[in-house]
Structure formats: C-alpha cells, structure tokens
Design a protein around this ligand. Structure first.
Ligand code: TYD
Length: 138
C-alpha cells in the first residue's frame, strides 16, 4: 500500500439531539492512535497556508471544527486534496506525508489530534528532502 493510500477520511459518531448535535473522538477507537497532544489553528488571514511539512513518526487527525479548508497531501509521488467543512469528519494523516492546509474560510477552526508531543526533530520542512527520502528508500 502506498503511503497516500493510508490517508483516510474518518466519519466520527454523530449523536443527534434537538438541543444541538454532539460528536466524539476516542483515541485508539475512532482513530488508530492514542492522543498525546491536541492543538488548533484559528484566526487564519485570507490566503494563508499552514503546514507545509511532513513528520517522520507523528500521526495526526485533522478536523474542521468550524468553517472549511483544504487538506493537501503528498507522499512524494501522488497528491490528494481533501476538503473539510463538517465537524464530524477527520482526516487521518500517517507519518511521512507532506501536508499543508489551505483555503481557510473566515472563522475556520482547525483541530489537530496528534499521536505524540511536540518535537521539532520529527519535522521535515524541506519538500526536496522529503521527496528524496520517499523516492530513494534505504
Ligand atoms: P508548525 O507545526 O510549523 O505550524 P503549522 O504546521 O501549522 O504551519 O508550528 C508553528 C510554531 O508553533 C512552531 O514554531 C512551533 C510551535 N508549536 C509548538 O510549540 N507546539 C506545537 O504543538 C505545535 C504544533 C507548534
């Protein structure tokens, strides 16, 4: 299986209620890892792009809690774009996927669940370095 095929749009549970709907995500249940960190991106000015890197080991799930944006994914060979605009979908992004988040709507709120704590050493921030690693495995 190619790395991009491991990217997965996860449909989270929805509990409908006249008082307002509820969704939930549990680590190692709805998503395939234990959640060790949660961060969110907000107040993104029009036209800005977040991300633009890959992780060597980190797995993430990206959720559009509010508003909309595009998750742009690349495994060194293939590209895939997933547009999110509902709070009950999550994009599972495994390690070694180049990803950026673009086309944020006004008031978009991007929630990211991560499999580990923040570690700058786990980042690959240069696209050519990333494609070299992907296309020339040991
Ligand atoms: P970065 O991951 O590059 O942001 P994005 O992928 O959204 O463009 O992080 C931006 C800055 O925030 C970086 O200098 C380090 C800091 N940061 C933390 O301190 N902890 C975190 O969990 C994250 C994700 C970032």
């Amino acid at each position: 299986m190619s790395q991009i095929e491991k990217v997965n749009l996860i449909s989270l549970p929805r509990i409908f209620d006249q008082r307002g709907n509820l969704s939930v995500v549990e680590g190692n249940n709805h998503i395939p890892f234990q959640i060790r960190r949660v961060y969110w991106i907000y107040d993104v000015p029009g036209g800005e792009v977040r991300g633009g890197h890959a992780y060597k080991k980190l797995n993430e799930v990206i959720i559009a809690l509010s508003g909309s944006f595009d998750v742009v994914l690349h495994d060194g060979k293939e590209c895939r774009v997933i547009s999110l605009n509902r709070s009950y979908y999550g994009v599972f992004v495994p390690e070694m996927i180049w990803r950026s988040i673009e086309n944020f709507s006004t008031n978009a709120l991007c929630l990211i669940l991560a499999s580990d704590r923040y570690n700058e050493q786990d980042y690959i921030r240069d696209f050519n370095t990333f494609t070299d690693i992907q296309n020339n495995p040991e």
